[in-house]
Write a protein that binds this ligand. Structure first.
Ligand SMILES: Cc1ncc(COP(=O)(O)O)c(C=O)c1O
Length: 154
């Protein structure tokens, strides 16, 4: 069987303290992951899962702004997997947990990231329990391409 080397890789962002994952303290961890990537790995995008799976927690507005500013500074795309967007419940204890904020509702101007670099994913499978219904909403702003639209053969 021929061996094909991987054409992409994922660099996990290690955040040792739980609360730093979802607040404004996220940025140094993003920078550290970016800098510790292997030299032959050109990082193209930051991907988050908001609301988070498996933790269930949402990213605060401050954390999302840090993500977007980081992407602007590093010329990266920002992909927000929002498949659990409608499955957020209020907290039963005293802690005030951030509500869900879609990447599409953020003020990009403040962060310097262009709209063409912000993408979201949502599908029926989680929020409506319809995993058999293979229907997805991808809000993908076009990656810059030199291809002519509609030029793909089917
Ligand atoms: C965070 C997240 N995104 C996307 C998916 C893909 O969902 P599906 O292919 O079932 O629509 C899953 C499935 O477990 C998930 O947990």
């Amino acid at each position: 069987m021929p061996h094909h080397p991987p054409r992409c890789c994922l660099i996990p962002v290690d955040v040792p303290r739980f609360h730093e994952s979802f607040g404004s303290e996220l940025r140094p961890h993003l920078e550290h992951a970016f800098q510790s990537a292997p030299p032959n790995c050109a990082i193209r995008a930051l991907i988050i899962c908001n609301p988070n799976n498996p933790l269930g927690q949402c990213y605060s507005r401050a954390a999302l702004h840090e993500c977007l500013s980081f992407c602007a500074a590093r010329n990266l795309h920002f992909v927000s997997d929002e498949i659990y967007a409608l499955s957020v419940y209020s907290s039963v204890d005293d802690r005030v947990l951030p509500p869900f904020i879609s990447a599409l509702s953020l003020d990009l101007q403040e962060t310097g990231l262009g709209m063409e670099k912000v993408h979201t994913v949502w599908s029926f499978s989680k929020d409506f329990g319809c995993s058999g219904l293979r229907l997805v909403s991808l809000h993908l702003n076009p990656f810059h391409t030199t291809e002519t639209p509609g030029a793909h053969s089917s």
